[in-house]
Design a protein around this ligand. Structure first.
Ligand code: SF4
Length: 497
């Protein structure tokens, strides 16, 4: 189908129909889709283009069903408790006071349950990206750009990973139209598991794809660090003991020096007369030995000797053995002091080679993690209940279990229903957009039917799962075994009785 233009209200010709699933209110010609490609005019009828996804637990039994497949609906509704109706492809109702598109009941373990599903339109949303790399991607607070447009910023790094915060209402709606569109496109691609190239002001170019290694300045990252420089000394000091006189683990954050470190002291490793550049924190731990970069241990150095001063002639001796290594083992060099106490590079002895390999072995594969974060504590609650705050309270009281495409979410404490979900646990292509701009994400609320009634639910709209008509517009997807089964009275705890 082709894409039709959004038109001003009242501009309809007879053969056009009006989509009322979001504020854009497109007029759609026959055979065309609306501005978001989610709805179409099919022979005069407004239809949701993508099939509605239901999870089937029985399909997943006994097999590793990752990723989701594209099986067609075979017309069978398995027992209600084995079928979970997701919001993917379910559609949206607008304005929000209308009941959600599907409010489906089923009996599970003798308990009547209900799941309310809708494709939420999230103007308040973004993604949190964790990039497993030591390499400096850019300074904290630096702007992250896609196609030259600001889409987010670098936030505080975490252990072995750089973190980005992308999207949010200001980039989506608070600046130029182009910035909003590019931000929306980038978020959509990231959430649907596609690769997105981004540049960071005064930093690197990085390609991010959920569940895949990051590509930093054109080079795919292989490993995340085993620990900071100090932690690496602590972990491997015993394995170096007796095989080398001094070890420096180069790290942009905390560079470790074996002979000065507590681990070296406990092993009675003698002083070596080494002189480090940078700021000494505690014994054997140095900050700021170099500038951040994409070289050794996330610094900008390619020559490790550049972070050393001259050895102290009162302590050092010719022949002293020195290993310098990065926090991933990716970079390493071995030196011996000559008569002038100058380090001279030599081939890495076999015994030390094993320790470098051990560092590498202990580094986990570097991946990008993308968490979608959205605020569901607003108007979409009215599609669930006539008294929206009761839904929020029900979620807080753990009477209502929230999922995104059937995947488990983390709901933030405090006000609202602000949740995060790992996009790799959500069925493929679960996310969409509308050109307001905003992201469309599936959200399901599952609870006991009695609790739904108590919170003022739209009881007149509840329909049994067996009433779902088989048809080509619905798709069965095996439940992913590493996701908890969402339809469970234990998940939605009992509120009374
Ligand atoms: S943008 Fe999509 S959901 Fe919104 S009115 Fe147009 S077709 Fe409908």
């Amino acid at each position: 189908m082709q894409n039709d233009q959004a038109a001003a209200p009242g501009a309809a010709r007879d053969d056009k129909i009006r989509c009322d699933a979001c504020p854009v209110m497109c007029y759609i010609k026959p055979g065309m889709t609306g501005a978001c490609d989610r709805y179409a005019n099919h022979e005069g009828e407004l239809v949701r283009v993508d099939p509605h996804v239901v999870l089937e637990r029985t399909l997943a039994q006994g097999g590793n069903v990752v990723p989701f497949n594209r099986g067609e609906w075979d017309g069978t509704i398995v027992q209600g408790e084995e079928t979970f109706v997701t919001a993917i492809g379910a559609g949206t109702t607008y304005p929000d006071y209308k009941p959600a598109p599907f409010i489906v009941s089923s009996e599970v373990d003798g308990v009547d349950m209900v799941t309310v599903v809708t494709e939420g339109i999230f103007s308040y949303c973004g993604v949190k990206v964790k990039i497993d790399t030591d390499r400096h991607l850019g300074p904290e607070q630096a702007t992250v750009r896609v196609e030259g447009e600001a889409v987010g910023h670098v936030t505080t790094g975490e252990y072995g990973s750089q973190m980005l915060s992308l999207g949010g209402v200001h980039h989506l709606t608070g600046s130029s139209k182009k910035e909003g569109r590019v931000t929306c496109d980038a978020l959509l691609d990231l959430c649907n598991g596609k690769a997105v190239e981004m540049t960071i002001d005064d930093g690197a170019t990085v390609v991010v794809q959920a569940g895949k290694p990051p590509i930093v300045n054109g080079v795919a990252e292989e490993r995340m660090r085993v620990g900071c420089g100090s932690a690496t000394i602590g972990m491997f000091a015993k394995q170096w003991h007796g095989k080398v006189d001094e070890v420096v683990v180069v790290d942009d954050h905390i560079t470790g020096v074996l002979s000065e470190h507590q681990a070296g002291k406990l092993l009675d490793i003698p002083e070596t007369g080494i002189k480090m550049k940078g700021r000494r924190s505690t014994p054997g731990r140095y900050f700021q030995v170099a500038e951040p970069g994409t070289g050794w241990g996330g610094t900008n150095i390619s020559d490790p000797l550049s972070i050393l001063g001259p050895f102290d002639p009162k302590v050092a001796r010719p022949g002293l053995r020195l290993l310098m290594v990065s926090t991933t083992g990716e970079h390493h060099a071995y030196y011996e002091l000559d008569e002038a106490l100058t380090p001279v590079e030599r081939a890495l002895p076999e015994a030390l080679s094993q320790s470098v390999e051990r560092i590498k072995e202990n580094c986990e594969p570097a991946l990008c993690t993308v968490l979608f974060m959205g605020g569901a504590g607003g108007s979409l609650r009215a599609g669930v209940t006539e008294n929206p705050v009761r839904l929020t309270l029900s979620v807080k009281d753990a009477l209502t279990y929230v999922t995104c495409g059937g995947a488990p979410v983390y709901v933030w404490p405090g006000g609202g229903i602000t949740f995060m979900v790992d996009v790799t646990r959500v069925p493929e292509n679960a996310f969409g957009y509308v050109p307001t701009p905003a992201l469309v994400a599936p959200i399901e609320f599952t609870m006991r039917l009695s609790d739904y009634e108590a919170l003022g639910g739209h009881m007149g709209e509840v329909r049994p799962v067996s009433s779902l008509e088989p048809g080509e517009a619905r798709r069965q997807v095996p439940h992913r075994l590493d996701n908890p089964w969402p339809l469970s009275p234990q998940k939605a705890k009992r509120s009374h009785g």
